[in-house]
Design a protein around this ligand. Structure first.
Ligand code: BGC
Length: 750
């Protein structure tokens, strides 16, 4: 616990923007039972007792909506204490004080100088003593001369450490709260797979995997000699180092050697990279053994696994997992490398179901949703990014802000906690009410400025916003979120008649506006107030159909006809999808649930852009932001929006898991499941498992001759409804089961 007497301290004066060390000596006078240290900071901190680092968490105190709350962490430091001790806490700019947000000049969003608060409790047999931060602490310069989340870190082992005077007490707005989320830790260490000499003559290390973290370097070089590292995700078409897609993020680490054996790694920042250029390096030979890439992310328990007989799909799955590892660093970021790395709500909501299959993300989302709830505006609006670090009110975009309804529901379905659902129910309700009162129509959302079907391929090569009408998307999501609110309320035992009625009215209004004569009729956007509105003629899009089918927006008698139309559009287009962030997560579901399972598979196996396997066949080790981030000719998409580590399209794994292998939770925490496998020869075999809150569930299928064999492992107390492709159904209880049936064709996956 943080002692109430602890004060926030900082350093007044010119040095305050530099990383600092706050220090205090203390003695242990009697036999110590236990020593605990609680720390937090404005900026990122690391704490040391007698020179030994406290705990193994990094980048603490993590990123919350600092204006409302800042986490503190508590460590058992008994083993580090002696009779006479020195406690030192280093602090660098981090998210709070350095650059953050897309703009190049956005910095100091949460304060213009670093600050620290700490309390150390020494428990003796008969008494307790506390050491807390106050004006008696001393401040020193740091060996870290510069640090920034986007720009990197400079560490100078020769820099003299100056005493800068006593700390001064300061005020910090956010409330201190104990650690809510998962700890951020160093997870894996990757050795370079190759030292490349590029055509330009540069030396580049290839770690073989695009990732998030930093490089650790061990080196003994002449005192004062410099090492300069630059980070990049891909090589360009000529095989040269490339980092223009990091935009203005410098992502550079600069080290100055002491002359002794040095170990360098950043203390207050991280990078997204696979390649590291040794822009300056003092030794003639580069020994790969002295470099390690350290993978850093939130410490989530891995729960899911998947393998199949198709190596490209296995690589896709690998890329999805690494997309999550790379972007689940305390908050769900869009990407880990450029001057962004923000909690984009749209990306988070489309991927959260997949995320909760791969890892246990309940705590992770509890923390982030907590910030979302705190930041929700009075009128129910939810900003496009959380924590909101842009000045002013955020853009309230359909499909982004709907994270407020989608994520609490998905997390509830995955883990079954009614307490958590109850906690976020008011946020869900306020969000639905926002849409209810936005714009000129009560039951449609026809105003605002949306991101639309972000990065779709149906609106010209260079358009960010796809061709689907943004007010159609907004109204479709209005219906979807209202229906999730109703389900959540019912799960909590509330009377939801008012919102059931609202949901019905929204669906009816949607039908009247867009589906009046039984056909999809897109209208010019009222919602977009910019050029997009003029450029966006009424037309049919794959995304519009995918949303209508997935959200149950058409009349039942039109459903299969709409699905056929969607399938025909895809086929007429060369079995090519054109969907972006909004349509893609639903596309395969919309097809396979309505008689077109084979076409869903065709899209999954497609290798030309746009497709999931295009990036795989082009050597990707993580998910790309664009379907064609690197084009056929080796050139790149524009530098301003081209991440090679953007997890959103990885949402396809919820289709592979739920529809191909066929495991779907019907009730929360997988207490009741459906097993509806849909084998396809091109996969060969498929096996998925999940360590659910109700136990381990495994499903697999494989071919032998013209027979498909199925195996299932169901935990005790879980009830499963099995439906095989032939239509055979059986209710199963806990146990291991084997089935076999002749191969069938036809594309319906229920
Ligand atoms: C981000 C996206 C995000 C989008 C909003 C981009 O800059 O990288 O992933 O959702 O902005 O449309």
């Amino acid at each position: 616990m943080m002692d109430k007497k602890a004060k926030w301290i900082t350093l007044e004066g010119t040095e305050k923007k530099r990383p600092l060390t706050f220090a205090k000596n203390f003695s242990v006078k009697k036999k110590l039972l236990r020593a605990t240290l609680s720390v937090s900071s404005v900026g990122i901190y690391d704490a040391f007792i007698n020179g030994v680092r406290v705990g193994d968490a990094v980048l603490m105190p993590g990123w919350t909506s600092y204006q409302y709350r800042i986490q503190y962490q508590t460590y058992d430091v008994t083993a580090l204490t002696k009779a006479e001790n020195r406690l030192e806490i280093g602090v660098g700019n981090g998210w709070a004080v350095g650059r953050i947000g897309c703009g190049d000049d956005r910095r100091n969003v949460y304060g213009d100088s670093v600050a620290v608060i700490a309390s150390l409790t020494l428990s003796y047999e008969d008494a307790e003593e506390t050491v807390v931060t106050d004006e008696d602490w001393h401040v020193y310069s740091s060996e870290v001369l510069f640090t920034d989340i986007y720009d990197g870190e400079w560490i100078d082992k020769t820099a003299p450490i100056h005493a800068l005077g006593n700390a001064s007490v300061t005020q910090v707005e956010g409330e201190l709260v104990g650690q809510v989320g998962e700890w951020i830790t160093e997870q894996e260490r990757l050795a370079p797979v190759e030292v490349i000499r590029t055509p330009k003559g540069e030396t580049v290390l290839d770690f073989g995997q695009n990732m998030t973290g930093y490089v650790e370097l061990r080196i003994k070089a002449a005192r004062g000699s410099r090492i300069l590292l630059h980070h990049g995700e891909v090589l360009d078409m000529d095989g040269n180092f490339y980092n223009a897609n990091l935009r203005s993020a410098k992502s550079e680490d600069l080290y100055v050697c002491s002359g002794e054996e040095d170990v360098f790694k950043p203390r207050y920042t991280y990078h997204g990279f696979r390649y590291v250029r040794l822009t300056e390096y003092p030794l003639d030979a580069v020994d790969p053994a002295s470099f390690r890439a350290i993978v850093v992310h939130s410490q989530m328990k891995r729960t899911g696994d998947f393998v199949c007989g198709n190596e490209k799909i296995n690589q896709l799955y690998h890329n999805i997992i690494w997309g999550q590892k790379s972007n689940y660093l305390d908050i769900p970021t869009d990407c880990p490398q450029r001057n962004e790395r923000l909690g984009w709500t749209g990306d988070a909501q489309v991927f959260c179901r997949t995320a909760a299959i791969n890892y246990d993300v309940e705590n992770f989302f509890d923390k982030w949703l907590g910030d979302m709830a705190l930041e929700q505006y009075e009128d129910g609006g939810v900003s496009e990014i959380i924590p909101r670090c842009f000045p002013g009110r955020g853009r309230i975009s359909a499909a982004w802000a709907d994270a407020a309804c989608v994520i609490p529901w998905e997390i509830y379905m995955a883990y079954g906690s009614t307490e958590m659902l109850e906690k976020y129910f008011p946020m869900m309700k306020k969000w639905v009410e926002y849409m209810h009162h936005a714009g000129p129509e009560e039951y449609l959302w026809l105003e605002g400025h949306h991101y639309g079907d972000w990065l779709a391929m149906d609106h010209g090569e260079d358009s960010y916003v796809g061709a689907t009408s943004t007010d159609l998307i907004a109204s479709a999501y209005f219906a979807h979120s209202a229906s999730l609110l109703v389900r959540a309320g019912k799960a909590l035992g509330y009377d939801m008649r008012e919102y059931e009625d609202l949901h019905c009215r929204v669906v009816a209004a949607f039908r009247e506006r867009y589906l009046a004569d039984g056909n999809l009729r897109q209208l010019p956007d009222l919602a977009m107030d910019d050029a997009h509105a003029q450029k966006n003629p009424p037309n049919e899009t794959q995304t519009a159909y995918a949303l209508i089918l997935a959200f149950g927006l058409c009349r039942e008698e039109d459903r299969l006809r709409f699905a056929d139309r969607l399938a025909a559009m895809i086929r007429e287009n060369g079995t090519r999808m054109t969907t972006g962030f909004v349509g893609t997560p639903y596309l395969l579901h919309a097809l396979s649930e309505n008689g077109h399972g084979d076409l869903a598979y065709d899209l999954l196996f497609r290798e030309q852009s746009p497709s999931w396997l295009y990036s795989v066949t082009h050597g990707a080790t993580t998910m790309w932001e664009h379907w064609n981030s690197q084009k056929e000719d080796g050139s790149f998409w524009s530098t301003d929006m081209n991440s090679f580590n953007h997890y959103a399209y990885g949402a396809v794994y919820d289709w592979i898991f739920g529809k191909s292998v066929g495991i779907v939770p019907i009730s929360p925490a997988y207490r009741r499941i459906s097993l509806t496998p849909h084998p396809d020869r091109r996969l060969g075999f498929a096996k998925a498992s999940i360590e659910s809150r109700s136990g381990r569930i495994v499903a697999l299928w494989y071919y032998k001759g013209d027979t498909v064999y199925y195996e299932f492992e169901i935990p005790d107390d879980v009830k499963a409804t099995l439906t095989l492709p032939s239509g055979y159904r059986e209710e199963l209880n806990g146990g291991t089961y084997h089935f076999a049936e002749k191969e069938t064709s036809g594309g319906n996956i229920l």
